[in-house]
Design a protein around this ligand. Structure first.
Ligand SMILES: NC(=O)c1ccc[n+]([C@@H]2O[C@H](COP(=O)([O-])OP(=O)(O)OC[C@H]3O[C@@H](n4cnc5c(N)ncnc54)[C@H](OP(=O)(O)O)[C@@H]3O)[C@@H](O)[C@H]2O)c1
Length: 270
């Protein structure tokens, strides 16, 4: 990516920075001059990323936190506000995916609850905690990492996709409300990316093109730079158009090619 995306001096809080897309985003943002605040559960992994950033001359701070714990999020917000006064860019990236058919989920309501806890309630809580300082400084941008799956409605991902659709809607609604405060929201509809998240389902994704983590990070930084409401990869808009123009055909195609219970074993990802 060109260095046109300058983030010099911006305080950028990135959740899920210990691995995959969040880690690549932290490295790329620091390279462009951002002061990165990295959040995840694994302290040692965060320290490794921070050391790499420092080695390259950047600035990073680590905040170990389990985002599925509401009190821990409130404590995190307090610590960040005390130490930095606020953030300019918040990247809600930490997430969990569950790949399990609805048929196999009938006695697993907890899958839906734990997915919502991390993918929806945690970023909403963090955003609300940091919002007053953004409004006060009359600047803020929130990047929500969602997924292209919400345009395909990919079979076996009902818990995961519902949580990401909720997050996108929260951001779009909040962004239209907060425009006068100069607080904006982007939803990055991330396509498949080769990260530890997809390892459990590798056989199901075989042959499907996937971004590298640094390529995925570029989409996140593009969102931070352009502040556009939705970031799609090229061509993804076609999926929306097809869904509107030929919904029955799309349902048949996605069912036929995306859900093959007879030929594909039910490998769960959780
Ligand atoms: N990879 C893909 O194909 C793909 C496609 C579309 C969207 N996405 C989205 O992209 C985002 C990043 O995923 P990734 O592919 O980079 O996966 P990843 O490598 O598995 O990273 C997930 C990150 O979330 C953090 N995390 C998980 N649970 C947490 C918790 N309870 N509290 C705090 N942090 C937690 C993990 O850190 P710790 O384990 O250290 O806590 C890790 O840093 C996710 O929101 C995912 O839904 C990914």
């Amino acid at each position: 990516m060109s260095n046109r995306i300058a983030l010099a001096g911006q305080r950028m809080l990135i959740t899920g920075a210990s691995s995959g897309i969040g880690c690549a985003t932290a490295l790329a943002a620091a390279e462009r001059g951002a002061r990165v605040l990295m959040v995840a559960r694994r302290h040692a992994e965060l320290e490794k990323v921070a050391a790499e950033i420092a080695e390259r001359g950047g600035t990073a701070h680590v905040y170990p936190c389990d985002l599925s714990d509401s009190q821990a999020i409130d404590d995190l917000v307090k610590e960040v506000l005390d130490q930095h006064g606020g953030v300019d860019v918040l990247v809600n990236n930490a997430g969990r995916s569950i790949r399990r058919s609805v048929r196999k989920s009938v006695d697993r309501m907890h899958d839906y609850e734990r997915t919502m806890r991390l993918n929806y309630f945690a970023p909403v809580r963090l955003t609300l905690g940091l919002l007053p300082a953004m409004r006060e400084q009359h600047f803020g941008h929130v990047v929500n990492v969602t997924t292209q799956g919400i345009q395909i409605h990919t079979p076996r991902f009902s818990a995961y996709l519902a949580s990401k659709a909720a997050l996108e809607e929260f951001g779009r609604t909040a962004g239209r409300e907060l425009a006068a405060d100069n607080v904006t929201f982007s939803s990055v509809r991330m396509p498949l990316a080769r990260t530890p998240m997809i390892t459990p389902s590798e056989s199901a994704f075989r042959g499907i093109p996937a971004l590298s983590a640094p390529q995925a990070a570029r989409l996140v930084l593009r969102a931070a730079h352009t502040r556009r409401e939705v970031i799609n990869v090229p061509g993804a808009r076609v999926l929306d158009l097809l869904d509107v123009a030929t919904p029955s055909l799309m349902r048949r195609l996605v069912h036929r090619f995306g859900y093959r219970p007879r030929t594909e074993p039910e490998t769960d990802q959780s």
